[in-house]
Design a binder for this molecule. Structure first.
Ligand code: FAD
Length: 563
């Protein structure tokens, strides 16, 4: 049986940073299991920037300002001790990345350049044109190879194995051969990214962001936190949902409605286009609902006034994506955009070292929830989160692995994975995965999207029960072993359905509006009853059971949130 000291599931920024930290101890055996090639992970798509109070552009910036902005941005749902840690450690991780060769853009004096970002009181986002995620991911991958991390590419993890107290390892499918394998490990770090694909047809996320790690942790009995909070980014391309980075507004882009008005003056008169994402997305939806959008429910991101030189230097990828996928050249005309599901604030519940209630099992990055983003993440804080908490999880898992022996494996550990695959192979329905997935995306966008209310969410519950029943009957027609993508997409769909159910349950129960979660029937934030984290575990009937935990408030008392 394959055996490792530290096994990391996922090769985005969080996973690769954790792996690198674990391999700093050269006698430890460290492996990364990943569904796609490491450099294809969604981190590579991040465009705009990563926050750290380096004060290179604005000498008055401090980590305390960053901390306050993060907590305010979270609509006071972030745990303030965790947010403090992230903001304090930010300059250090950015410098570490710099020393490893990450090519940040520079100021005239040669310091790391910074640009303004939404919801931030100071200029704080470090960037590399509009490809920051790409350069970060490549830097981490290179360093991992240099240090001898083992990579299992195109391996899909199906289940987490533990004995109720301690980590044992995982079951995974080698997609290339179709073989199921158990991998034993003292410590497992889940770093599988977000579940934005729950909104299948309207998301900026990669196809692989199906929340696998979150769903498999849930099935293994681990608690999930704040799953109902999913961020809609204001500027996705009209047809595809592909992201037009916040960097575009950071560079001075305008948002215009179909009448040509800079409508943000009605919603965030001070910050205008650089209001936080939840508010800007709702402002766009409101403009469209009130008849000031374009014929397809779009509004416009106007960059024309920035001029050719600036667009080509600072936003080259934005221009390319827009020309290629929308047929519109931002040098000449405004970009048609709609809000797009973008980021999962919720995830596997962890402490500040990424540890879950099972010893040796960790989660980091978008699949984890510490929580630093609360009800709404600020732009540039996710890339920071994956570095800070990827690193912490890596360090802690390494220490744990040093002190622990490999535990005896369960008898017949592959059984649950085999049963699940067999059920899919033996189904009876002629329906396709694509049909169920499309219906899921439409249902979630309509019933649990930017605006929510009890009637819609209740219909969402019923709709999901139906989709789950359809899924249970699904039959995989492709019986081949090698690269059976029909099987892998079916397994992903199972994960999405579980997570969609928790989004809807949490959204229905939470009778208030906070951050990304907006209830038309409860439009106010309600700190008296709802300043709490939603924690979901899997009940006996396989449905989510919710309970609530207090938010850690150490410094900033909740205030009205205006921009
Ligand atoms: C288009 C876009 C632009 C963004 N821009 C910014 C930005 O400018 N600034 C910012 O701060 N944030 C940005 N974000 C958010 C940020 O990029 C992500 O939150 C972050 O990169 C997530 O990193 P991660 O390491 O947690 O996961 P990911 O990078 O999503 O990686 C997940 C990994 O898990 C693996 N995996 C998944 N399931 C399995 C499985 N079952 N078995 C094995 N492996 C599995 C995948 O192969 C992948 O390697 C952006 C996000 C998007 C979508």
């Amino acid at each position: 049986m394959l055996t490792y000291d530290v096994l990391i599931v996922g090769s985005g920024g969080a996973g690769l940073y954790a792996a690198l930290k674990s391999r700093m101890e050269e006698d430890l055996q460290v492996a990364v299991l990943t569904k796609v090639y490491p450099t294809r992970s969604h981190t590579g798509a991040a465009q705009g920037g990563v926050n750290a109070a380096l004060a290179n552009k604005d000498a008055t910036d401090t980590w305390q300002d960053h901390w306050f902005d993060t907590v305010k941005g979270s609509d006071y749902l972030a745990d303030q001790d965790a947010a403090e840690l992230m903001c304090r450690e930010a300059p250090e991780v950015i410098r570490e990345m710099e020393h490893w060769g990450c090519p940040f853009d520079r100021t005239e004096e040669g310091k790391i350049a910074q640009r303004p970002f939404g919801g931030a009181s100071k200029i704080r986002a470090c960037y590399a044109a509009d490809k920051i995620g790409h350069v970060m991911l490549h830097t981490l991958y290179e360093q991992g190879i240099r240090r001898g991390v083992n990579y299992f590419n195109e391996w899909m993890t199906l289940s987490l194995l533990h004995d109720g107290q301690r980590c044992l390892g995982v079951n995974a499918l080698d997609i290339r051969s179709g073989k199921l394998q158990t991998i034993q490990a003292k410590a497992v770090i889940l770093a599988t990214g977000g579940y934005g694909r729950v909104y299948w047809n309207r998301t900026s996320n990669a196809y692989g962001n199906t929340g696998d790690g979150v769903a498999l942790a849930y099935r293994a009995g681990l608690p999930l936190k704040d799953i109902e909070f999913v961020q809609f980014h204001p500027t996705g391309l009209r047809r595809t949902g592909i992201l037009m980075s916040e960097g575009a507004r950071g560079e001075g882009g305008y948002l215009l409605n179909a009448l040509g008005e800079r409508f943000m003056s009605r919603y965030a008169p001070e910050k205008m286009e650089l209001g936080p994402r939840d508010m800007v997305s709702r402002a766009i939806e409101t403009e469209v609902r009130e008849g000031r959008g374009g014929p397809d429910g779009e509004v416009f991101l106007d960059l024309v006034h920035l001029g050719k030189e600036r667009i080509l230097e600072r936003l080259p990828q934005i221009r390319e994506l827009c020309c290629g996928f929308e047929g519109v050249d931002p040098l000449e005309e405004p970009i048609p955009i709609k809000p797009t599901a973008h980021y999962s604030m919720g995830g596997i519940s962890t402490d500040i070292n990424g540890l879950t209630p099972i010893e040796g099992v960790y989660a980091a990055g978008e699949s984890g929830c510490v929580s630093v983003h609360g009800a709404n993440r600020l732009g540039g804080n996710s890339l920071l989160d994956i570095l800070v908490f990827g690193r912490r999880a890596g360090n802690h898992a390494t220490e744990y692995a040093r002190q622990t022996d490999i535990q005896p494996m369960l008898q017949n550990p592959l059984a649950p994975a085999e049963t699940c695959i067999k059920a899919l192979m033996d189904g009876e329905s002629s329906e396709t995965i694509a049909d169920i997935r499309r219906d899921l995306g439409n249902l979630m966008a309509k019933k649990a999207g930017i605006y929510r209310n009890a009637a819609d969410l209740t219909e969402g519950q019923a709709g999901l029960a139906e989709l789950k029943a359809r899924y249970k009957r699904l039959k995989i027609k492709d019986k081949s072993q090698a690269f059976n993508t029909e099987l892998t997409t079916a397994l992903e769909l199972g994960n999405l359905l579980d997570l969609a159910e928790i989004v809807v349950e949490g959204a229905l129960v939470r009778q208030e509006s906070r951050g990304s979660h907006y209830r038309e029937d409860f439009p106010q934030r309600n700190d008296k009853d709802w300043l709490v984290h939603t924690v979901a575990t899997r009940g006996r009937d396989e449905r989510p059971v919710l309970h609530f935990e207090p938010v850690k408030i150490t410094q900033f008392q909740p205030e009205a949130r205006t921009y």
